[in-house]
Ligand binder design. Structure first.
Ligand code: HEC
Length: 426
């Protein structure tokens, strides 16, 4: 059977670092695994990668790396999905099993695009005025209020983080605080501030969530600028402030952080307004030792809206999170399922295809907590746990960005059942 023999290649080339693996690491890992970034190990050269090859094999098989927590089988597709394809995982394991060979370097590869797209001059910048981050210890959430002082409403067509000390910035959420809002009222403008629990919870009786604050943009490691799309913008009302909630993690050496949020304004009024709704449940009491305790929240749309992104938020006892919709015709669809929630990764999931939610669609957000000793992140399984700011307390917030015609009232949803508005601070 000479015919068949001819089809068998004489030598099967082994997968090498320069042949296949570098390309995968450059696009999927190096964004975090390089100098000045959040990951403690660099993966930019063969010499850096080789000693870690077994750990890399294990991490990609276990899917602990790259960090990505949505289960693709029970979630809709996301634009910023970091997970590896089966083919990429196979290529990496094959390379490690074959001895993690270097192979020949190709001079044309090796340039890694910078995470920043800082090319155009922003219209407004909210700046962190050099916050000193200590080398060790737990750092309290820090607030920073930046007044904007525009004498009319402005439309933000895009917003972009320019993070200075990426190795210590764990996450930042920027909020728009309209004039007269009760939210962290006592924070002195321009000065880093640790807000009291009372101040973070303060809310007037009749104050609508839309008049209190709106999530403008979140930052987390691995962040890439993500435009809302043509003709869409967020409203910065006249006289509003930008409020940062900053979470630093110490990284062994003292640094001074000067991160910035750059805002770009729309040249003409947008067609659609982008708005963040934030259903929350603050009524739960998680029993001591409970290994699966549920907390539900949600909303019903008062009008047709389009969903752009979702950001589930819990703390250290967070175990699973799922968001589903029930359409007016009764059809139920799972939007996202996070089977192993990890507090350290405050991921915003951007829908690959924005989803239209007709009036009277029910959004259901289910958080499940693990307060047992089997949860390695649990600070104390003997405590009954309630809503609170600190990571040893808990939260269930279901941030979702939706769009609707720009001139319409932003009060687009009825928040559901167990929500106790006003305690929903993060
Ligand atoms: C979004 C940022 C990010 C990306 C992308 C990322 N990592 Fe990591 N990686 C980290 C951080 C942070 C750590 C430190 C440990 C931790 O926080 O989990 C880490 C730790 C590791 C470790 C050592 C600890 C462990 O879990 O075994 C390995 C190995 C690793 N990463 C491999 C990879 C590989 C391979 C890729 C790409 C396929 C990748 N990482 C992509 C952030 C990232």
């Amino acid at each position: 059977m000479r015919f068949f023999l001819l089809l068998i290649p004489a030598v099967v080339p082994a997968a090498t670092y320069h042949g296949v693996v570098k390309q995968i690491l450059d696009t999927r890992c190096v964004g975090c695994h390089r100098d000045g970034e959040i990951a403690p190990i660099k993966f930019t050269t063969y010499a850096e990668v080789k000693p870690w090859s077994k750990a890399i094999r294990q991490a990609v098989i276990r899917k602990s790396m790259p960090p990505w927590h949505a289960d693709p089988a029970r979630s809709i597709p996301f634009h910023n999905d970091r997970s590896l394809t089966a083919k990429e995982i196979a290529a990496i394991t094959e390379w490690v099993d074959g001895g993690a060979l270097e192979g020949k370097s190709d001079a044309s590869t090796g340039v890694v695009a910078s995470a920043s797209t800082a090319t155009t001059k922003p219209d407004f910048v909210a700046r962190i005025p050099g916050i000193e981050v200590p080398p060790k210890g737990t750092i309290e959430y820090t607030f920073l209020v930046t007044p904007t002082n525009f004498d009319r409403d402005m439309w933000i067509s895009s917003a972009e983080w320019r993070i200075d000390q990426r190795s210590v910035v764990h996450h930042i959420n920027a909020f728009i605080r309209p004039m007269g809002s009760s939210y962290v009222r006592d924070a002195p403008p321009g000065k880093p501030f640790v807000a009291s629990v009372q101040s973070r919870r303060a809310k007037r009786e009749d104050e609508r969530e839309v008049d209190r604050r709106e999530l403008l943009l979140g930052y987390e490691p691995g962040y890439r600028p993500m435009p809302w799309g043509e003709g869409r913008a967020k409203l910065l009302p006249k006289g509003a402030d930008i409020v940062f909630e900053i979470h630093y993690t110490a990284n062994g050496k003292a640094v001074v952080d000067n991160s910035e949020l750059a805002l770009f304004f729309a040249k003409q009024p947008p067609k659609e307004r982008v708005f963040t709704i934030s259903p929350a449940d603050a009524t739960f009491a998680i029993p001591a030792g409970a290994n699966l305790h549920s907390s539900q929240t949600g909303a019903v749309t008062k009008r047709d809206v389009t969903l752009l992104s979702m950001q589930p938020h819990m703390h250290l006892r967070g175990k699973t999170y799922s968001i589903a919709v029930r359409y007016p015709d009764g059809l139920v669809e799972s939007l996202i399922d996070v089977p192993r929630y990890d507090f350290r990764w405050q991921t915003t999931y951007f829908l690959r295809e924005p989803k239209r939610l007709p009036k009277n669609t029910e959004l259901k957000c289910l958080a499940q907590f693990d307060n047992s000793r089997n949860n390695p992140a649990n600070p104390d399984p003997k405590q009954i746990v309630h809503w609170g700011d600190q990571s040893w307390e808990e939260m269930n917030i279901c941030f979702m960005e939706v769009t609707f015609p720009a001139s319409d009232d932003p009060d687009v949803v009825t928040l559901l059942g167990t929500t106790r508005p006003g305690t929903a601070t993060r």
